[in-house]
Design a protein around this ligand. Structure first.
Ligand SMILES: [Zn+2]
Length: 254
């Protein structure tokens, strides 16, 4: 368990990495960490994510009210609070506008084709949420149905949000989404996609279950959630719908 000081340094570090990799421009994006049940440490509004100091961050409660900090709370805090409310396992959130993944979001194209085995293992697939005006309940309502089942979401005509058991995992998922978007774009440019087939996906579902359980085989009876768990997938008639199979949410292997 890190100290608040260390969490502040994590946010500054990953904010700088978002900026260095061109995942945000100007003052775009936001990052947060859950410090405790009712305290969220977050980036403030109107600051470059490449220029922050630990003292620039703000602490808010689960209603988004400022508890401490000299700067103003981000208008996107509602999106972070929604995810923390719906997912007790989440401790870190990253929101950014990486250009290729955001291009898919602006084209209305989800990243749900099983084109790369390690993306299937790590994320399943990346769905596309409906458009919602930033800083309003429209946006949180668009995300709400997808948050329980996925760890990274494309936000239509906006960007990407990714989240994990800590900020590092959330950040890594953001990198994976953008990297995968670049690969998917190349397949579009080549004019040909060859998604993994049902047999390969079934094997990856097993690997994913082990990966998500920290290397332990999945316990019996845990394949539930979105209904695309290991046992279900194995029992599904051939051919398995590839996009559904990779749409397996994290709940299936919990
Ligand atoms: Zn944004």
């Amino acid at each position: 368990m890190a100290t608040e000081r260390q969490y502040r340094e994590h946010i500054v570090r990953y904010g700088r990495m978002l900026h260095e990799r061109g995942f945000v421009a100007a003052t775009d994006g936001n990052l947060s960490v859950r410090l405790s049940a009712n305290r969220i440490l977050s980036t403030p509004t109107c600051m470059s994510k490449g220029e922050m100091r630990p003292s620039d961050l703000v602490v808010v409660d689960m209603e988004g009210r400022l508890i401490s900090g000299k700067r103003k709370v981000s208008s996107e805090i509602g999106m972070h609070l929604l995810i923390y409310r719906l997912r007790s396992d989440i401790k870190g959130i990253v929101h950014a506008h990486p250009p290729t993944a955001t291009g898919f979001a602006a084209a209305g194209v989800p990243l749900n084709q099983p084109l790369v085995c390690e993306v299937v293992i790590g994320l399943g697939s990346i769905p596309l949420a409906k458009y919602g005006t930033p800083g309003t309940t429209e946006l949180t309502e668009a995300l709400e149905p997808l948050v329980p089942g996925f760890d990274a979401i494309l936000m239509s005509n906006h960007g990407v949000v990714a989240y994990g058991a800590d900020l590092e995992q959330a950040y890594m998922k953001m990198e994976t989404v953008e990297h995968f978007a670049r690969i998917a774009l190349v397949t579009h440019q080549l004019g040909h996609q060859k998604p993994l087939g049902a047999a390969e996906l079934e094997k990856l579902v097993v690997v994913r279950a082990k990966y998500m359980n920290g290397g332990q085989p999945e316990a019996q009876g845990q394949a539930s959630g979105n209904g695309h768990g290991r046992k279900k997938a194995a029992a599904e008639p051939q051919p398995v719908d590839a996009s559904r199979a990779t749409g397996l949410g994290r709940r299936t292997i919990r």
